[in-house]
Design a binder for this molecule. Sequence first.
Ligand code: TRP
Ligand code: ZN
Length: 888
Amino acid sequence: MRTDLPQAIYRKDYTAPSFLVDTVDIGFDLDPITTRVATRLTMTRNPDSVNQNIVLNGEALELVQLRMNGKLLTKRGYTLQGGILQIPDAPDQVVLEIETLTHPEKNTSLMGLYVSNGNFFTQCEAEGFRKITFFPDRPDVMAKYTVMLRADKKKYPVLLSNGNLVEQGDLGDGRHYAKWEDPFKKPSYLFALVAAKLVCQEETYQLKSGRKVLLQVWVEKGNLDKTQHAMESLKHSIRWDEERFGLELDLDRFMIVAVGDFNMGAMENKGLNIFNTKFVLANPRIATDVDYANIESVVGHEYFHNWTGNRVTCRDWFQLSLKEGLTVFRDQEFSADMVGTASGRAVKRIEDVRLLRQVQFAEDAGPMAHPVRPDSYVEINNFYTVTIYEKGAEVVRMVQTLVGRDGFRKGMDLYFARHDGQAVECDDFRAAMADANRRNLKQFERWYSQAGTPQVKAETSYDPLAKTFEITLSQTCAATPGQAKKLPFHIPVAVGLLDAEGKDLVLHCDDGASAGVAGTLVLELTKAKQTFRFTQVNEQPVPSLLRDFSAPVVLEYDYSDAELALLLAHDSDPFNRWEASQRLAMRRLVKLTDAARNNEQLTLDPMFIDALRGVLMDDTLDPAFRELVLTLPSEAMVAEQFSVVDSQAIHAARQFMRGMVAQGLRTELLNAYETNLTPDAYSPDAEASGKRGLKNLALSYLLEWADESTCQLALAQFDTAHNMTDRQAALSALLNAESKAATKAASKSLKRFYKDFKNEPLVIDKWFMLQGMAHATDVAAMRALMTHPAFTLKNPNRARSLIFSFCNANPARFHAADGSGYAFWAEQVIALNAINPQVAARLVRSLDRWRKYAPKAQELMLLALQKVANSKKLSKDVQEVVSKSLAA
Ligand code: TRP
Ligand code: ZN
């Protein structure tokens, strides 16, 4: 068995580039079979460098010719080895002219220049530019680009690149050209071009300064009725960054282009953001409320990168979270501000934390755990992770919690004043925040350097005579690969104290606490163990700990059910109200899982149902918030509570609980269904989407007792829905209900759904996804689905919609006792590896926590992992994840 790792790259080995690039002139003769790329680089020796040679990266390129200062370089004039071209003995100033060939149509990796549905696109982050031309392809080399595009005019009427269009015209032979100039220096990963048959929705938009900018959303002709929401989101993003951070769009033109074949969500290329169609196209017929919200947040995310990422970029890829963590934080705040209300903000916060806990905490506890600023990697593509993005955003959020909102703004201002136009490190961001606020954030660096989720244990004691209440917090963090010992983190713990009625007490505490919102203090835990004493506490309080999830930690505190019920009913912090409901549910799910595993009788106490009823019936609460409380922790979350996971028992336990809730609250659920209908014209706003969310959750519960009447309810909703949210929810509820009637209705609806939407690829993705996730879908059914004419592994969205949803979101089937899920997984990884290594490596992650299962299951998983490890022509991407998964 091969477990050897390909060459790793270490952060400590960073050296400055030997040559800097001042200008890049790059010309393309675009052709799907063979595209000729002619590049002219003006370069200057970097006085800070120790390396003498010119060092260029190049991958999957044919080098036609190479000239230095006008002279042709023969093979004796340079070396080319392992994707690195080196030129020794160069003068201090050079002009390099490079001619290369690439084959876009054959490029299924979707990195570099590739073809999607007959059109040309590029994707350069992280290291794709080297598949276009030889170049020092590293983010600390920033240059000014001029781009000349030449292509067939009929097939590719639209020619786009970064910056401003400076010239265009006919070439006479049926071909035309366009010349683009980007006025800003940028790293190569932000380069982009599009040559395509597309149309756009465009608009002139006035900035607060009065300057007018041209905004465009480019899509295929049939999709022009699906661009409005992306355009609205873009305008909101521009306005928000002006208002919250004083950051203005620095270009006269800003373009968004949608492409159907794309490895990730979207890409922030300067002035030319390229998006997965999934995060652009929406109308009520094809997109759900969740899609609408995702589009707003991804459009915001990419737009915000213009300052956090592009104007100030990363010195090297170890600093990836410098731009990603900060930009996710900004997009989260943007989405929250767009909703506006306090409870709307809380809903957004809860959704973000749910993702963090379910996916990032799992990553931090597995073999791929890495710090927010990693120390090494084999393939950088494998480090676009929830740790870099979501935990990175939490780390930025903690800074804001520690220095306050205004202090955070001051820190941002200083960051841009110091580093505009530079490629910098995570430490530079932290230093700007510390200096602007005169705060010592030295210990805070450990959030960047240490992997793993800290566990914070709270203990309290009340002294009725002295009227003091003490909270003792202690922290530990488990070992992660390569990091056995951890030092204490600097953890902001926001707390409140509730009286017996659930009202916030006025807080008095002298032990290093800073003021949060009224009734909340932020305790700064910096030691392994620390006690905070509150005075003038007139009664035994109930502590509300880690309000608004003030730090990405697991907080342990021995709450009684009664205390949790009080928090759920009254806490002024809506996040902790929700949190109380999850604690109530989780402790029961853990017990039920144990009972299911031991074949014991499953029971649920009425107190839990009563607590849920209280929330469901509370009309003063937003429907969106009630939906979150009524949604039970996912099977994946339950799995995280166990050292040995039994997926079947977890499924049985959760299904049992769903059934009991459905039975206990049947009348109330029916009532919630009826009172939250949204008969008016579709709008994705928070209020309407919240109602749909609660109504559709109610429907899914009602179908736990799938008799004639509830099946009819779902079928009627499916048939008459005037939007995709309701249609998909009805189909999903039918697919996941277990009665004969529901199964029949589901299969009929699936057929109808396919027929109605067969020309909408994003909806067909939903069709595959719902089936991949459905409990009824076993491996045999998966294999059948893969033979459907609409299925292909080549399109990442399609592969994800079926394969990933099965492997990641259908645990009871994926972990079938016979190992059939694992064998299936290995086949798909191997097939994807040959097509698209990035996507393949993501799928490998579905088995990275194999050590958490029972011995028999481990054996079967190990076989599957070894099958992949031993297969031929493994990409670096897949090798890295497989070998790290197998490593002890
Ligand atoms: N930087 C992009 C973002 O966060 C994501 C990204 C990185 C990406 N590498 C990519 C997108 C490769 C597509 C393909 O917005
Ligand atoms: Zn990003």
